[in-house]
Design a protein around this ligand. Structure first.
Ligand SMILES: [Zn+2]
Length: 503
């Protein structure tokens, strides 16, 4: 009954012609205590009752399962749910993906799509979510430092109106956390709060004060989460005139990140606090010790500051030294960073060409986040499982959404990847209206296809969707999570604070 006609080995190993040796892909995955299931056994023993329903479509390819790539068939219902994953799934229309990989779409926890914003902004929900779709990102969390900023229920509702009918992938919205924020009013509606501990767009920064702890306690009681931009301006060197990213790192040093994080100690009991864009292993240690989750961006993982870079590489927090970057990358490889996020924050080239110290901070990245890291997998620098946990599974658990895994009960949000498809990242081939990328010339493995609720939105690397993106909320999604013993069931205690694996 298998429909794969290509070199789809029953052994579960990659074809010898495949450029990615399985020993490299799985070196993080093949824990010695993971039993290898005999061939033909059920891939998931605890399937919900829905799994008995005949799927509308069956996608035949390969999946990553318990540290191994194996041939599998993925049955998807008419409603866009995965109803069965097995060596053979009967019924429905069959989609032959040969030996290509079916991977869960990523969730980008940190984007700035600049919507709403005054005329002249180079991003919006339509353009940002289009780039997300082409980069294998099926859901994004948009930040509140828009113009005007998302500080009240009215503003949040206005922004929700900008998402609906204009988005190509799913969108979740954060509200800003300031002393004026009505936490209890916004918590049920927003997908969390963003706390800026340093000045940012939209006047959302308020220097410390006794109200901060009380604010965080109110968020904890509401059951929501706080994403923190951790830089303490007390250590900024405003006397310096930076001319390149290395000097920018001296203006906003690693110490300011550490000081901001330490200023949040002791942890507020019961608060889910998430540290955005961690730049050093020292910052990771503070966060992990406090039980907070962390994210790292592709630019902090893959780029370091050099004297030859111009303001296109100006970002907050700044790019660090090569050695700091290397340590951060090793931490990511080891699974010590909870999640991957792009901090996609584009600016027009004209603004980036202003003198360095005047130019705005931020880089585009939602379209290249996953392809850049998949290229590192291809080169054997990290495992596929590490990427999927950091980009798909953990963000889904963090947000309480039924996605992030190829498993029964999950929404059918997935991409099709062929590791032979590597290509050089070129701004002119990307879809960012800003027209540039800090990753020009690097290798990327872009998804060939992308499915949203079982519907194809990217085909042969081209966008074919039609505004199917939904406005989602934390812990919501379109339906409830499976209640079976499936490991995808959402339990707050499952989320690792830093180094511990969930899979
Ligand atoms: Zn940001």
């Amino acid at each position: 009954m298998r429909c794969s006609s290509g070199p789809c080995p029953e052994s579960g190993v990659l074809p010898t012609a495949h450029p990615l040796p399985s020993s490299l892909i799985f070196r993080q995955e093949a824990a010695p205590n993971v039993p290898v299931r005999p061939r033909g056994s059920k891939l998931h023993s605890a399937e919900p009752a829905k799994a008995e329903f005949a799927p509308a479509r069956v996608f035949c390819g390969r999946i990553l399962h318990r540290g191994r790539i194996i041939p599998a068939e993925v049955g998807v219902s008419e409603e866009g749910r995965i109803v069965k994953v097995a060596p053979t799934v009967r019924g429905g229309q069959r989609v032959d993906l040969a030996d290509q990989l079916i991977l869960p779409s990523a969730i980008d926890l940190h984007v700035h799509f600049r919507d709403p914003s005054p005329p002249g902004a180079v991003e919006s929900f339509p353009s940002g979510t289009l780039q997300a779709a082409l980069g294998g990102v099926g859901a994004v969390v948009d930040m509140p430092n828009t113009d005007p900023p998302t500080t009240t229920l009215d503003r949040l509702e206005e922004k929700e109106g900008l998402v609906r009918g204009r988005s190509e992938v799913d969108v979740l919205l954060l509200a800003a956390l300031t002393s004026r924020t009505r936490v209890e009013e916004l918590a049920p509606r927003a997908s969390g709060f963003k706390l800026y501990l340093a000045p940012t767009t939209g006047d959302l920064y308020e220097p410390g004060g006794p109200s901060q702890k009380e604010l965080l306690e109110r968020v904890a009681r509401s059951g929501s989460a706080v994403h923190v931009h951790a830089e303490d301006p007390a250590l900024f060197r405003s006397d310096l005139r930076p001319m390149d990213p290395g000097a920018w790192g001296a203006v906003r040093p690693e110490g300011s990140e550490l000081r901001a994080l330490r200023g949040l100690l002791p942890p507020v009991p019961g608060l889910r606090l998430h540290v955005a864009h961690a730049t050093s292993t020292a910052a990771l240690e503070v966060a992990t010790g406090a039980g907070w989750s962390t994210e790292a961006t592709p630019h902090h993982l893959l780029l370091h500051a050099t004297p030859h870079q111009d303001a296109r590489w100006k970002v907050n927090p700044p790019l660090r030294s090569r050695s700091t970057r290397d340590e951060l990358f090793r931490a990511f490889v080891d699974g010590r960073i909870t999640m991957l996020a792009s901090d996609h924050a584009p600016h027009p080239l004209g603004e980036k060409e202003r003198p360095f110290f005047e130019a705005p901070s931020g880089v585009p990245g939602v379209e290249t986040m996953l392809p850049l890291l998949l290229a590192r997998v291809r080169e054997g620098e990290l495992s596929l499982g590490t990427i999927l946990r950091a980009a798909s599974r953990r963000p889904a658990l963090f947000l309480g959404l039924p996605r992030g895994q190829i498993a029964p009960g999950m929404e059918a949000n997935f991409m099709v990847v062929d590791f032979r498809d590597r290509r050089t990242v070129r701004a002119k081939e990307l879809h960012a209206p800003c027209g540039w990328t800090p990753f020009e010339g690097r290798e990327g493995v872009f998804p060939r296809e992308h499915y949203h609720l079982g519907q194809r939105i990217v085909e042969d690397g081209e966008f074919v969707g039609d505004h199917q993106g939904r406005l989602l909320r934390r812990g919501g999604g379109a339906a409830q999570l499976p209640t079976s013993a499936d490991p995808g069931s959402y339990r707050p205690s499952v989320l690792p604070s830093g180094g511990r694996r969930v899979a």
